[in-house]
Design a protein around this ligand. Sequence first.
Ligand SMILES: *[C@@H]1O[C@H](CO)[C@@H](O)[C@H](O)[C@H]1NC(C)=O
Ligand SMILES: *[C@@H]1O[C@H](CO)[C@@H](O)[C@H](O)[C@H]1NC(C)=O
Ligand SMILES: *[C@@H]1O[C@H](CO)[C@@H](O)[C@H](O)[C@H]1NC(C)=O
Ligand SMILES: *[C@@H]1O[C@H](CO)[C@@H](O)[C@H](O)[C@H]1NC(C)=O
Ligand SMILES: *[C@@H]1O[C@H](CO)[C@@H](O)[C@H](O)[C@H]1NC(C)=O
Ligand SMILES: *[C@@H]1O[C@H](CO)[C@@H](O)[C@H](O)[C@H]1NC(C)=O
Ligand SMILES: *[C@@H]1O[C@H](CO)[C@@H](O)[C@H](O)[C@H]1NC(C)=O
Ligand SMILES: *[C@@H]1O[C@H](CO)[C@@H](O)[C@H](O)[C@H]1NC(C)=O
Ligand SMILES: *[C@@H]1O[C@H](CO)[C@@H](O)[C@H](O)[C@H]1NC(C)=O
Ligand SMILES: *[C@@H]1O[C@H](CO)[C@@H](O)[C@H](O)[C@H]1NC(C)=O
Ligand SMILES: *[C@@H]1O[C@H](CO)[C@@H](O)[C@H](O)[C@H]1NC(C)=O
Ligand SMILES: *[C@@H]1O[C@H](CO)[C@@H](O)[C@H](O)[C@H]1NC(C)=O
Length: 606
Amino acid sequence: MKNYIKFGLLLFFCFQLHQFYAVELVQQDFNTFSNFANKLGINITKYNSSNICYTNGLFCFPFSSQYWIINFDWTGNNTYSIQHEDIQFPYMQRLRFEKMVLQDTFFGQLITKLPNVTEFACNSCNLISIPTGTSKVITLSLNSNDFNGIQKFSSIPQTVRYFSSYNSSAHESLVWVNDLKVAKVFESLSLSTNAFPDCSNLNVTELKLYLTNNFETSLANTKNGLSKTTKYVYLEGKYNQVQNLTFPNNFTTSQTFSKGDTYGLTTYWSLESVYVNWKVATPLVFNTPNSLRNIKIRFGSFSTNDGKFPIQSSSLLDTLEVSYSNNLVELDFNVLRKIRSNLFGSNKISMELPAEIKWENDDQIAWSINPNTNSIRSNYALDLRTNSFYGTLPKWTCNTYSIFSSNKFTGELPSCYTCFLKDSFTRSKISGNNFTNYQDSWTADKYPPCTTIQINQVYIQQGAYQSSRYLQLIGKDLGVHSTIVGMISNFNVSFTPLIENEWYQALVNETVYSLLTRSSTIQVYFPIPDKLITTRGNFKELVSYNTTISQTTFNVKSNGGGSTSTSTSGTSSSGSVSPTDEPNSCSSLFISQTLLLISLVLSLLI
Ligand SMILES: *[C@@H]1O[C@H](CO)[C@@H](O)[C@H](O)[C@H]1NC(C)=O
Ligand SMILES: *[C@@H]1O[C@H](CO)[C@@H](O)[C@H](O)[C@H]1NC(C)=O
Ligand SMILES: *[C@@H]1O[C@H](CO)[C@@H](O)[C@H](O)[C@H]1NC(C)=O
Ligand SMILES: *[C@@H]1O[C@H](CO)[C@@H](O)[C@H](O)[C@H]1NC(C)=O
Ligand SMILES: *[C@@H]1O[C@H](CO)[C@@H](O)[C@H](O)[C@H]1NC(C)=O
Ligand SMILES: *[C@@H]1O[C@H](CO)[C@@H](O)[C@H](O)[C@H]1NC(C)=O
Ligand SMILES: *[C@@H]1O[C@H](CO)[C@@H](O)[C@H](O)[C@H]1NC(C)=O
Ligand SMILES: *[C@@H]1O[C@H](CO)[C@@H](O)[C@H](O)[C@H]1NC(C)=O
Ligand SMILES: *[C@@H]1O[C@H](CO)[C@@H](O)[C@H](O)[C@H]1NC(C)=O
Ligand SMILES: *[C@@H]1O[C@H](CO)[C@@H](O)[C@H](O)[C@H]1NC(C)=O
Ligand SMILES: *[C@@H]1O[C@H](CO)[C@@H](O)[C@H](O)[C@H]1NC(C)=O
Ligand SMILES: *[C@@H]1O[C@H](CO)[C@@H](O)[C@H](O)[C@H]1NC(C)=O
């Protein structure tokens, strides 16, 4: 993934450079490359030093006002054996070969011949083990080679932090043994193996395992196997022979320690699997802090041995995805309501949704702000598309950002959807069912009239930060993730959801705020269904930030299916982050992502 992004950026950048600058490659590099090209059978007669950069897998970059080759990517045909003199490029940083023959000494001499290479790949090079030698290589990819038998962690060069060596048809007997006595840091470790490697004394952030056909089924070593710093574990079985594994109970309790990443401190890890059938002995309990937070299971099952829903309690799960699974036939909504994102598309689930859910403060599916990142949710709360759910679509679904298309729902579609049917995104969330008041084939003139949109309350509230103020809008059938525009004199503000369909808010700046305080009405416009509501509010009063209403949502819900939760106020739960923080952190997230992008581009080039 990361490499794709890098590669994409690189391509884009090369293209830009190529377009706008004439790049003159230093003659020394040009000569070395043309000799190499001749041996590789690359025809470069139409190129000279002014036009060869960014062709034939070359990437050049200026150092002391001259362009040098810094990257070379080449796919051969497993005939040419690379000699050291072929590749004397003093500024080279990345060398990626596919289907090339490496001499035994090649890798060992990287340090002298290509002193600044930090990324090296030889994929499909018929290697049977890691070439020996010292180098400054940090990223080493040796995928689709012929590794077999026992491979030792100690054979991975000391400098390497990103190591990848997998082969989709690896030998059955391939196993990686941890013979390291001293802790070593791996940002990423991707291996084909027939057993879960023991990473307990290592610092491995991301562990990806490609399972051989006879991969151990019990994961008995897993307790010892997971590194304390692991953030992500990926297991991939085979398309044609899905692996059967027992879900280790230890996965529910394995803790990771805090380590800074792009979102600040994270103290949990994520599990993803493809082509793995997970068997669960007794329903799992995920309530351990600093533990497994996200589970994604694709093309494999996840259920108890008798086919029941495998989770008993999960107040700390953030994402649960089980998709393209044949055996999952039922869900437990008492568990799901506590999980932020439940992604169950493309299964064979056949059941009715619960008729009613009385929201509680820790019902994560009804939070539109992600309390962990303070951003508006982008993942669905419930993705139930392409299953066999039947019965009516209950009204509580209006409070969740969810998708229900391609099921067998019948009966009357609630007005929170019918009011917004002219919006194709709304339609896409409920299409492929058979409602009495909506059919996919209908044209807009047949849609039910929208008479239920209503605004009950507008007021201004202090945000978490001294100077921030929010216009709050509480009502009925405001829609799910809908576009709502507040029109104040000549200014427009846009609302974002706090509770879907019932409660939206908009950040207002000083200009708009002072206009509001001089007026008692505002106009609220819903582009879909094209409805303008003029409403009154007491804008002279600034509701303070520390009132209950600013810090919790469901405790104080005034209308709709809201119930008063008996739990303590949101300040003590994980949802305690005030939703009013959100736009500030949104912009800081944006800034940090921009910085990330810039630093990524810089890191590619410098
Ligand atoms: C394989 O590559 C060599 C040079 O590296 C070239 O001479 C030969 O023609 C290639 N063979 C095929 C089948 O492409
Ligand atoms: C190399 O390419 C040029 C055109 O760019 C062509 O004229 C020449 O015949 C090619 N040489 C070989 C050996 O294929
Ligand atoms: C390189 O080739 C291009 C045409 O392909 C030509 O315009 C240019 O003058 C050549 N540059 C040199 C330094 O020979
Ligand atoms: C190689 O990298 C070192 C530092 O890592 C740097 O000082 C040196 O200039 C680089 N050499 C070249 C030719 O890029
Ligand atoms: C993977 O390993 C097998 C067995 O060693 C080998 O035949 C095959 O070429 C390797 N590469 C790929 C891409 O499967
Ligand atoms: C590995 O991580 C632990 C804590 O998670 C830390 O104390 C230790 O210094 C790390 N070791 C290395 C080699 O970075
Ligand atoms: C799980 O952890 C327990 C103790 O915490 C340990 O006895 C057991 O061997 C571990 N492994 C498995 C697979 O249960
Ligand atoms: C997993 O179990 C299924 C049936 O339960 C079986 O068909 C399949 O071969 C098993 N997979 C492996 C890799 O043993
Ligand atoms: C849709 O439901 C109606 C009854 O409300 C039924 O007559 C019709 O056959 C159903 N259509 C489909 C495609 O299932
Ligand atoms: C405000 O929104 C309305 C409705 O979308 C639009 O007609 C109007 O031009 C907007 N005004 C400004 C200043 O953007
Ligand atoms: C205040 O907000 C309005 C509406 O979003 C915007 O049009 C206006 O430019 C903002 N004014 C200032 C000073 O930022
Ligand atoms: C709310 O804030 C005001 C002023 O900052 C303070 O006097 C009051 O005690 C606070 N109320 C609560 C419940 O914290």
